[in-house]
Design a protein around this ligand. Sequence first.
Ligand code: ADP
Ligand code: MG
Ligand code: MG
Length: 210
Amino acid sequence: MSATVSVNAWMDEAAAAITADADRLTQLDSAIGDGDHGLNLTRGFKAVVEALATGSDGLAPGRRLILAGKTLVSTVGGASGPLWGTALRRAGRSVGDAEALDGPALADALDAALAGVIELGSAEVGDKTMVDALTPAVAALRGAVEAGQPLADAIAAAAEAAAEGARSTIPLQARKGRASYLGERSIGHEDPGAASTVLLITALGRALED
Ligand code: ADP
Ligand code: MG
Ligand code: MG
């Protein structure tokens, strides 16, 4: 039997990883933004975990993703709330009423998530945003799933691609979001949203069930 992703476990693992790395995310955002990225996502994913713990009984994975996305939008004021909220809602809509989130469903879901982020924020690869981490992650996941790799390996490839994408933001000048106000002074720092995207994609690998 092939592995699937548990949405509740994914959000639990994401919340734990973000909470553990909140200071680093905040430091990155202090360098080129307003220093609230760690706090924004910690608050948002804590609310998501609570919403799922109390309100997801009997819900299909797609519905759980939509609930998670709505919760992020309503609890995070910064750019990352609407962006990740839209991403998760779009992912959930793409999963629809499917009973399990297997490799192909996850690849479609992350494609839809990325499309939602791009539609809302109009960022392209190279603008120094979360899109720089999410785009290669989605491509790597898709490629590995289509090559027939086990889901755990496909997610590991996606996480590595996200990390490389996040590192690639360091020499870039920001063209979207708050960091763009800094102009050339945004060069030399990793984008905080790209850094947190690595955590979210990596967390998928700890949310697998048989
Ligand atoms: P805020 O900038 O409102 O304080 P956060 O600090 O929580 O929000 O999130 C900042 C991150 O959001 C950035 O590092 C970047 O990755 C992402 N971001 C900002 N604007 C956009 C955009 N238009 N498209 C994609 N991502 C964006
Ligand atoms: Mg910020
Ligand atoms: Mg802010």
